[in-house]
Design a protein around this ligand. Structure first.
Ligand code: NCD
Length: 309
């Protein structure tokens, strides 16, 4: 495996290999000394053209806990703000001899394009409204751990709802691909204005109502209303959005026993998800964050350590 650009490129065996190694990496996180020598001497650059908290910091921690050197370059404060092109920025970092570039960019397809220009391994940390493969992998990892903790089996055969601003979401695209590869069935819930074009070819169920969906799902994944990507009126008002699609305190009771609530963050508390839901016993929101470091350790190991062997 040279790059991680899309879930579509991964075989089921590769997905299991990444998730299984992430399980071992998870143990490192709970140790007082969080260091493995696996990637000593390797260099990872986080190149972020868009804002991020958890993705960037978890990639940085993942690299450091594997003993790689990690640096952060963000568009703000770099030569990008002096007008340098994306290609020149990438070629500059590549010329320094870095081993992996973790890149987030507003352009769908930008990271795959970058992979054609550089010698380093490219990791897609979110490209526009296209994909966010490590997010889907960490979601699957957190779901797997929730199921195992509660004696509920594996993802195979489970039902997952993904509700919210799906048209702008790279998380939904990666998750649908991954969950289907792992044998889950997916139901997307959104008003027609927030459904991605072509969704009928995705092999998922679609509902415009959340209430009838909730009792059937093992995982209720809520996605953020991405105001920064919205130019027009996608729904009449926040009040109406919450009434129809928010995971409110009242709706929690509709979930079946053992169902979990996921959200990739950042959350708009009180909009797509209530605090009652986000902080409930069934919420795996913070497990997703800790799985994020473990999964990114595993991904870096698969791309960089494998190359050496
Ligand atoms: C997501 C993203 O950036 O695509 N966040 C994340 O990586 N945890 C989702 C979002 O921004 O809503």
């Amino acid at each position: 495996m040279k790059h991680l650009l899309s879930i579509a490129d991964l075989s089921v065996e590769e997905i299991h290999s990444i998730l299984n190694l992430a399980e071992e990496m998870h143990d490192v996180q709970s140790r007082p000394v969080k260091k493995l020598p696996a990637l000593r001497g390797r260099t990872v650059v986080n190149l972020f053209f868009e804002d991020s908290t958890r993705t960037r910091s978890s990639f940085e921690l993942a690299a450091k806990w594997l003993s790689a050197d990690a640096i952060n370059v963000s568009a703000k404060g770099s030569s990008v703000s002096k007008g340098e092109s994306m290609r020149d920025t990438l070629l500059t970092l590549d010329a320094m001899g870095v081993d992996a570039i973790v890149m987030r960019h507003a352009g769908s397809g930008a990271v795959r394009q970058a992979a054609g220009w550089v010698r380093a391994s490219m990791i897609n940390a979110g490209d526009g409204m296209h994909e966010h493969p490590t997010q889907a992998l960490l979601d699957a990892h957190a779901i797997r751990r929730h199921l195992a903790r509660n004696g509920l089996g594996t993802i195979d055969g489970k039902r997952v709802s993904i509700t919210g601003d799906l048209i702008h979401s790279r998380v939904v695209r990666s998750n649908v691909l991954l969950l289907k590869k792992l044998g889950a069935s997916v139901v997307l819930v959104a008003p027609p204005t927030l459904l991605p074009p072509g969704v009928e070819t995705w092999g998922v169920d679609v509902s415009h109502e959340l209430d009838p969906v909730l009792p059937d799902v093992d995982v209720a994944m809520m996605l953020r209303v991405q105001r920064e990507r919205m130019l027009g009126g996608y729904f009449p008002s926040e009040r109406e959005y919450i009434d129809a699609y928010g995971l409110t305190a009242g709706r929690l009771a509709k979930l079946k026993e053992g169902a979990c609530i996921a959200h990739p963050g950042p959350m708009n508390r009180g909009l797509e998800i209530s605090s009652a839901a986000a902080d409930s016993a069934g919420s795996i929101v913070l497990d997703q964050v800790s799985s994020g470091v473990a999964v990114r350790m595993s991904v870096l190991y698969h791309l960089l350590a494998g190359e050496e062997q």
